[in-house]
Design a binder for this molecule. Structure first.
Ligand SMILES: [Zn+2]
Length: 499
């Protein structure tokens, strides 16, 4: 994952791009005129016209281009559309807010979906953004244990598929060897149906012991599948967040498999910087591991989750008043915590526990991918990361605080996630690049004004300064307004399922 080191080496591509596009009088579907084109892979950072035809970037040039539709983007940055590899808000409400934040591909990699074929079918022809998902370990496991089949819902845990008591029992049940095989045969079916790897929310499935996770790594290696993990422990006391990383590093090293540790800020907590050092050290020893961060100091989960089982105050070093009931914004007390946990275990709770200085350092760290961990909205409430993640990094951390250069921030939103998925999902080789021949997934923004507006009190606020967004050449956002009734999003599937 040392992508940035190769940027200088590939700068020759700038020349290749600019001399190979001397097309005059050609007709393009859309022309973006006179913008500052920034491509993190080649390093191109110059004023160019961009011609789009049949959903692809067909020309990048200083020459004049004629388009059926021409958009003046002078003074604006023209970048590859942002690829969000950690997005639970897989519906068009989520898509709309993410499009206004510059996202063009939104993938549910962490917790995944199941059954996979039905889920892809449910989004076909209806998605604003490109979509895709891993096979959900949690749901494949629940299906094996309970015999339940699932609707293709947006509920990440499968909690709505079986009665609550059965669900709570299942996630705490340790599997026998035969049951592990049964679970893996469900996962295999999901991979055949195009699932982009395996999503494991092991913190939400405390019954999944070390053996089960190791077997999944062996299986994933055999099936050439990437594993995404919400780690076992987000704790500062042992077993702690470092045990989480060590389990993943050990399994990846032992099997040769590939793993991605989700949201290092919230999983690491006070230990996040040590966790990051550990991951970087493993990378230098060829362990195939990567990580990501969402740029906020509070997490979002359900109040009945095992993460909030007794002892959470010591594990996370927080107390009741650090927890916020999402629907009302109220801070909890011992009494309201116990009441909500008993009466509405799947109600959403926001935990304020991370330090801003730590998030700032992780956002700036080379190689760490930016993700939203979008959790969508319920009753108008939500975590601001669904709507604001990418504009927040560009406005707050790049422009206002200058903790990282704009090109590096863009790399973390485009080429880094594209390259991470590329060995498993060939479609990603055409994404995350502002280059001739790439998919016309493009974000055009004003670097002087781009900023997030969503807050914990008011999460459904569009970002400012993301002017135009194109998905497969279709304008889904123009002049900071959504285009109604366009659904150009295409599926991203794994290599096994490709024709
Ligand atoms: Zn998570």
């Amino acid at each position: 994952m040392k992508v940035l080191k190769s940027l200088a080496l590939s700068s020759f591509l700038i020349i290749a791009v600019s001399v190979s596009t001397t097309v005059y009088g050609a007709s393009y579907d859309v022309v973006l005129k006179g913008g500052r084109v920034m491509d993190p892979e080649s390093g191109l950072d110059a004023v160019r016209n961009v011609g789009i035809k049949d959903g692809k970037i067909a020309a990048i040039t200083t020459a004049k281009l004629n388009g059926a539709r021409e958009i003046d983007v002078s003074g604006l940055v023209v970048a590859p559309g942002f690829i969000d590899i950690h997005d639970h808000a897989q519906d068009n409400l989520g898509n709309a807010f993410q499009a206004r934040d510059g996202v063009t591909t939104a993938l549910e990699m962490e917790l995944g979906v199941y059954p996979v074929a039905a889920w892809y079918q449910s989004r076909a022809g209806k998605a604003i953004l490109n979509y895709g998902a891993t096979v959900s370990h949690g749901k494949a496991r629940l299906a094996m244990l309970t015999g339940s089949r699932f609707r293709p819902t947006n509920d990440p845990d499968g909690a709505d598929a079986v009665p609550a008591a059965e669900f709570q029992k299942a996630i705490r049940t340790e599997l026998t060897d035969d049951q592990i095989k049964g679970m893996l045969s469900n996962v295999e079916e999901g991979l055949r149906d195009g699932g982009l790897g395996i999503g494991i929310g092991v913190a939400y499935v405390p019954g999944a012991r070390r053996t089960e996770i190791f077997r999944i790594f062996q299986f994933a290696r055999q099936h050439h599948a990437l594993i995404f993990v919400h780690g076992r422990y987000g704790s500062r006391i042992e077993p702690d967040s470092l045990d989480t990383a060590q389990e993943l590093i050990a399994n990846a090293a032992a099997t040769g498999g590939a793993v991605h540790l989700c949201h290092i800020g919230s999983t690491g907590g006070m230990l996040a910087m040590t966790l990051l050092e550990m991951i970087e050290a493993a990378q230098t020893r060829q362990v195939n591991i990567s990580t990501e961060v969402y740029p906020y100091t509070a997490s979002d989960t359900w109040i009945g989750a095992p993460i909030l089982d007794p002892g959470w105050q010591q594990r996370v070093d927080i107390t009741y008043s650090d927890l916020e009931w999402r629907d009302t914004g109220e801070r909890l007390t011992e009494e309201t915590f116990n009441k909500y946990r008993a009466e509405q275990p799947f109600g959403k709770v926001v935990a304020h526990f991370m330090k801003e200085e730590m998030i700032r350092q992780i956002v700036a760290r080379p190689g760490v991918i930016i993700v939203s961990d979008a959790t969508g909205f319920s009753e108008g409430s939500g975590h601001p990361r669904t709507a604001g993640t990418f504009a927040r990094v560009l406005g707050r951390y790049v422009r206002e605080e200058q903790v990282l250069p704009l090109m590096e921030a863009l790399a973390k939103m485009t080429i880094l996630p594209a390259r991470r998925l590329e060995p498993f999902a060939p479609a990603m080789a055409h994404k995350g690049r502002l280059q001739k021949g790439a998919d016309a997934d493009i974000a055009v923004f004003d670097p002087a004004t781009v900023i997030d507006n969503a807050t914990f009190k008011n999460a459904m606020q569009y970002s400012t300064g993301i002017k135009h967004v194109l998905v497969n050449g279709v304008v889904v956002v123009e002049n900071e307004a959504l285009t109604p009734n366009v659904f150009p999003g295409k599926p991203v599937r794994n290599a096994v399922a490709m024709p």
